[in-house]
Design a protein around this ligand. Sequence first.
Ligand code: SAM
Length: 286
Amino acid sequence: MTDPAPTLSNTAAVRAILSRHGLAPSKDRGQNFLVDPRVAESLVDLAGVVSDDSVIEIGTGLGILSRALAARAERVLTLEIDAGLVRALGEEALLPENVTLRHQDALDVSWPALVRESGATRVVANLPYAVSAPLLRRLLDLAGALRDWSVMIQRDVADRLLAEPGSRDYSSLTVLHRLCVVPRREREIASGDFHPVPGVRSSFVRMRPVAAPPSPDELARIERVVRAAFGQRRKTLANALRGAGFAAAASACERAGIDPRTRAEQLPPEAFVALSRAFEAIGAAP
Ligand code: SAM
């Protein structure tokens, strides 16, 4: 016998909890809750969570992923911005004992300190899509500190993470990620696995840090160059950089061995490291 339509009944359960607490899913907060515990369990598998892991989750929601993580990991620290959800999670006793819930804006936390203090080994999250870009950026600074991290994101954001130089999707997000991690799309998730059903498709992506990721300080320097270079994609590299205040663009390109007439999207990620170091070496970083 196959299981009876679990998604439907779980959607009803999610609705019922929200309504008991007078809550409605907020679009601005990216509240598309997973409804099927088996999907949550498969994400924990794909994230490679093991019994000695200490996991940080961003966005607790109603705790479906927190519970699946807690069944596998030693402990889970989960951050939720929404006071109504935090209250509902407590009143409904939705979280097991090895889960610590913090009412916290994940954009407003010192991530290196949080990882250090909690002893976290991994981050696993069904990210709020409205703020996935800044959250993904913060996670990059943890490449030297975590085993890896796995996130549910919009499928087109996943496409950008996986894009190759010269392709339409190759962007500043791609370059910064590929300098720090090897991203792998582990699974596509059907829209019907969420309540409410999101208007975009979703991918679950695991990011494994490269052997020697740039330090957070170096990554910040590289990021300034990358954002300037991609800021005006139609311009040549040197013109885009000059337009963004990098006056010595031509000299830096020459020093880095890069043709100043090329365009940002043609350059492999390592070229931006060379360019950033060239600006530093000639004392011309703005
Ligand atoms: N983990 C749950 C699940 O899989 O069903 C919920 C995921 S839902 C896509 C995203 C969650 O992140 C929501 O509960 C939302 O309130 C929360 N959230 C949104 N912005 C946040 C932020 N800046 N910091 C922490 N949590 C946030």
